[in-house]
Design a protein around this ligand. Structure first.
Ligand code: 5AD
Ligand code: SF4
Length: 444
């Protein structure tokens, strides 16, 4: 964010981000848009002139969090009547003016596709509630990427929205239809980021591997081709992407995992369930066996790849047998880590009206599944001990002379490296596995 306004004159913006990495990216872009208006970011909500809550609607709990946080803002708003409070993101999109009705202290409500208009909204030149899906592309109206803070790893949105309509999911409604950003914009944003010291880019999209677009060669490119083009960006050492759908793992993308050294050996590929009955009821449009065969092909291309996934337990109609099938799939794949959630019925989705699994039973299944995933995560981490891996230093560690960064497999690694700087990409021999991190030594 630019800091050309004098510190005294600058207004302060506090952003709280809920939910996924796309929201983290959107928050950065909103900070940049507000930076052009003279706002600087603050980490202290109490000194803010504007508080922006960038929300998540994926599960009921995530959405309710907004209202409890807004309730807690009431004293601050009474103390500072000029304080502007904005709600952005997927709850804003889904609930619109209902938010202001329930919480009149909210000044602005802005959906994920309209946040480029935030400055105009603030100036009163645009409606205070904006949740349409405009024909214009917000990225064309946002300031160029700026260094919010010196960080060697960055996100880059290449695709938004989802046409898959899984029966449990609000994303197709809150984020809209699948849209791919054009190749030239993506390559330009990547070059801008690298020019600012970024060495690792995570490509983002709700259905990122469904990305497609016309290449500079006039041909239709798929996501694998885009990754190859990005890999030609000098200075870009690492590429990752998230989140993918199994049905969009095209051949050229699988091949890229074997052929592109910058593409990290890590893939998040949500499967949600290991039961064909439940996969069908979820409208996932693939079977457990198809997922397993796909994993085999990916591992053939990149044998050392680490796989992660998402699971939902207690989806309507899930029996003990369905749950056992999910556990078996997990055993068969062996995940590096995974996210697992108890099913949360979301208004407006096809599964909303369906009879729910008993809550206590779903809790018990979730515990059992998480215990298995925790064992696999531990095994995956322990399997790193003795290996030499790349680590990109992101910040100083807790101890003097220590640095912490991410390994090729996205594990946090602590390294004694008094001479090193943030942004160094070094070779590290892993010596120890702690519960949520690894410890390693610099390889000379
Ligand atoms: N209930 C529980 N989990 C959900 N997810 C999406 N919708 C729901 C829901 N209604 C999970 C899925 C998805 C992840 C981002 O959130 O596992 O992959
Ligand atoms: Fe939601 Fe399914 Fe689309 Fe993922 S693929 S965003 S779970 S509808």
């Amino acid at each position: 964010m630019t800091n050309d306004a004098s510190p005294k004159a600058a207004k302060k913006l506090f952003i709280k981000t809920y939910g996924c990495q796309m929201n983290v990216y959107d928050s950065q872009r909103m900070a940049e848009a507000m930076g052009a208006e003279g706002y600087v970011l603050t980490e202290d909500q109490a000194e803010a002139d504007m508080v922006l809550l960038n929300t998540c609607h994926i599960r009921e709990k995530a959405a309710e969090k907004l209202y409890s946080d807004l309730g807690r803002l009431k004293p601050l708003k009474s103390e500072k009547p000029d304080l502007k409070i904005g709600v952005a993101g997927c709850v804003a999109q889904a609930e619109g003016e209902e938010i202001v009705r329930r919480m009149p202290l909210v000044d602005l409500v802005v959906g994920p596709q309209t946040y480029h208009r935030l400055p105009a909204m603030l100036r009163g030149e645009a409606p205070a509630i904006l949740t349409e899906f405009p024909a214009e592309d917000k990225f064309d109206h946002l300031p160029a990427r700026q260094a919010t803070r010196r960080a060697p790893a960055a996100f880059l949105t290449v695709q938004e929205g989802c046409d898959k309509f899984c029966a449990f999911c609000v994303v197709p409604y809150t984020r809209g239809a699948e849209v791919s950003r054009p190749v030239d914009r993506i390559l330009r944003e990547a070059r801008d980021l690298v020019g600012r010291g970024v060495r690792e880019i995570t490509l983002l999209g709700q259905n990122v591997n469904g990305w497609h677009g016309e290449g500079p060669d006039g041909r239709e490119w798929g996501f694998g081709r885009l990754i190859r083009a990005l890999a030609d960006t000098a200075g870009l050492d690492r590429i990752r992407y998230t989140t993918s759908h199994p049905n969009d793992m095209a051949d050229d993308l699988i091949e890229a995992h074997g052929a592109v050294p910058q593409l990290m050996p890590y893939l998040h590929l949500p499967v949600q369930s290991g039961s064909d009955r439940i996969l069908k009821a979820m409208n996932r449009r693939h079977t457990a066996t198809q997922y397993l065969r796909l994993i085999e092909r990916i591992r053939a291309a990149r044998p050392d790849i680490m796989l992660t996934s998402d699971f939902i337990v207690g989806f309507p109609g899930e029996t003990d047998q369905d749950h056992a099938d999910t556990l078996r799939l997990i055993e068969e794949v062996g995940f590096g880590t995974a996210f697992s959630f108890k099913y949360s019925p979301r208004p407006g989705t096809p599964a909303y009206e369906r009879a729910e699994v008993d809550g206590a039973l779903a809790d018990a299944r979730l515990q059992e599944l998480q215990a298995l995933l925790t064992r696999q995560q531990k095994a995956a981490q322990e399997g790193m001990v003795g290996r030499t891996l790349g680590v990109l230093f992101e910040k100083p560690g807790r101890l003097p002379g220590q640095m912490v960064g991410k390994s090729d497999y996205l594990h946090s690694v602590f390294v004694e490296a008094p001479e090193a700087q943030v942004g160094d990409l070094v070779q590290v021999r892993i010596v120890e596995s702690a519960p949520n991190s690894l410890h390693g030594e610099l390889v000379a």
